[in-house]
Design a protein around this ligand. Structure first.
Ligand code: BG6
Length: 512
């Protein structure tokens, strides 16, 4: 991983964002850029050009940016800094899909801006537009000379989803690779920008306690959970095509799995890390025939009630088919078939409209065999290492010891690390990190094409062999724990889903 590249900080940044008036710009990109600018992480020579189809002038956009930052900033806003930031926002109206010739005007505009800089700038094009437009924009950037193939100062950031299945992802990649080198493409998986996900490598490789145990000899199973209370939030038409498999599993969940299971890379340079992630994803056993589908549960939420308010079923959401077979929940048992992980189940769970929002990775260690000969230790619970990505950011290690008192009874306690209470300062949002790393040319937080290819293969196996049908759904209530079958699946293996609360403190944390 590249460290702060101070040389790079002196290079001017010319950031062009397609989709300037869209949801992503408003909720994520503008606040992220404001924080980076306020923290002095961006160069003085900075020009942020937002492109959209709506008519608006620079002043109008600055006002829009100020409002977006007020609404979505993760901290109190420093008005002086916000005003200074807003002066670097520019807007350009353009029909960037239907009028390829409009890129000629854009090229002139960017060249004019470049003339105002002392040094050649880093040019980043951020595609905050629908995935159906990625190819057209990239091709036009190339054809009209805005992004030169092989020039590593010309970078394109692409949002997910990258393709809608293996074939379309390959097709999209083919078009992009005709226009750009792989090293110019920064494919976003915003989970890779999250603090605790970036922490996985530190936890694994900076602790002599864990790495020797990180294998099938000591780990009983791994659980990766990313669940949320939110529904599809007005994104029905998108979600109908995507569902939980493409919206969460193909990217965020499999990226977490890759980081947890990969071998130690030869160094921390982006390509070395990505090489190891690819190997882990290649070793994932696929759902290769209908017989393998016992290891997967899919679900879709029906109506539910929360705080006396009725929540609609997925099929009642706008833009959703009334007989939709799109899953909004998945739980599965994955296997990474290599020497390190052979035989260790990796349970993955993700869903919308559940009882709570949480992203958590649990490593459950094997129980000591001999200990069961002692009656007092019979109920010895397993050691657990929990990495909580959100909402709390932290780590928890559950160990066993003697309960206080005259009798010799075993209990479990949590060694708890809550990031916010030990490191002061606000934690940057994922997009801040991603924008910064793209500027620094650190691609380790972005997915390389072959990582995507193997994760799409995994999803394809599920879709071909374990496709859900409309009759199966709905099978869980909005606001619940998800389908019962998910609990049964893990129970059949003699295990359970761990639900660990990191904010547990005091004597009540003796859990057994
Ligand atoms: C996005 C999905 O990639 O991730 C959304 O499209 C999902 O459906 C979101 O809600 C979850 O991200 P986070 O950062 O809120 O966990």
């Amino acid at each position: 991983m590249l460290q702060n590249n101070l040389d790079n900080k002196s290079r001017p940044l010319l950031l062009t964002i397609f989709g300037g008036t869209g949801d992503l710009s408003k909720r994520k990109l503008l606040p992220a850029l404001y924080h980076l600018a306020a923290d002095n992480k961006l160069p003085d020579e900075l020009h942020m050009l937002f492109i959209g189809r709506k008519p608006m002038d620079n002043e109008g956009y600055r006002q829009y940016g100020i409002e977006a930052v007020h609404e979505y900033s993760r901290t109190d806003v420093d008005e002086e800094k916000l005003l200074a930031f807003s002066q670097k926002l520019f807007y350009h109206q353009m029909e960037f899909i239907s009028e390829p010739e409009s890129y000629i005007g854009l090229e002139k505009l960017l060249s004019g801006i470049q003339e105002g800089f002392d040094k050649p700038s880093i040019r980043i094009f951020f595609l905050a537009v629908g995935p159906e437009y990625f190819s057209t924009v990239v091709q036009s950037l190339h054809d009209k000379g805005l992004a030169d193939k092989g020039n590593l100062d010309h970078r394109v950031m692409v949002e997910k989803p990258f393709g809608s299945d293996l074939d379309s992802a390959r097709e999209l990649n083919k078009t992009i690779s005709e226009a750009l080198d792989e090293k110019q493409v920064y494919r976003i998986d915003h989970y890779l920008g999250k603090e605790m996900i970036r922490n996985i490598m530190a936890i694994r490789f900076a602790n002599s306690l864990f790495e020797p145990l990180w294998n099938h000899n000591y780990v009983d199973n791994i659980q990766i959970t990313s669940v949320e209370t939110l529904g599809v939030e007005g994104r029905g038409p998108y979600y109908e095509h995507s569902g939980i498999l493409k919206d969460m599993l193909q990217n965020h969940l499999l990226q977490m799995l890759a980081l947890i299971t990969m071998e130690p890379p030869v160094d921390l340079m982006p390509e070395s890390v990505r090489d190891e992630k690819v190997k882990a994803l290649r070793s994932l056993r696929s759902f290769s025939d209908a017989n393998s589908c016992g290891g997967i549960v899919q679900g879709q939420y029906g109506q539910g009630v929360k705080n006396d308010t009725k929540m609609p079923a997925y099929r009642e959401e706008e833009g959703v088919d009334e007989n939709s077979a799109t899953p909004t929940f998945v739980a599965l048992k994955a296997q990474v078939d290599n020497f390190r992980w052979g035989g260790v189940p990796i349970y993955i769970r993700s869903g919308k409209r559940l009882e709570r929002s949480r992203t958590q990775i649990v490593i459950e260690f094997k129980r000591l065999p001999g200990i069961n000969y002692y009656k007092e230790f019979e109920s010895q619970p397993p050691n657990l290492l929990v990495i909580e990505v959100q909402p709390a950011e932290g780590m928890y290690f559950r160990i066993n010891l003697k309960r206080p008192g005259n009798d010799f009874n075993i209990g479990s306690v949590a060694l708890n690390y809550a990031q916010h209470s030990q490191f002061s300062g606000n934690v940057p949002e994922a997009y801040e990190q991603l924008l910064l790393e793209a500027y620094r040319a650190n691609s380790s937080l972005f997915t390389r094409w072959d990582e995507l290819e193997y994760s799409w293969r995994f999803i394809e196996g599920i879709q071909k062999n374990c496709q859900a049908t409309p009759e199966q759904f709905p099978n869980y209530e909005a606001g619940s724990r998800g389908p019962e079958a998910s609990d049964l699946m893990i129970k059949q293996d003699g295990r359970k889903w761990w639900e660990i609360d990191l904010d547990c403190e005091g004597p009540d944390c003796i859990m057994v």
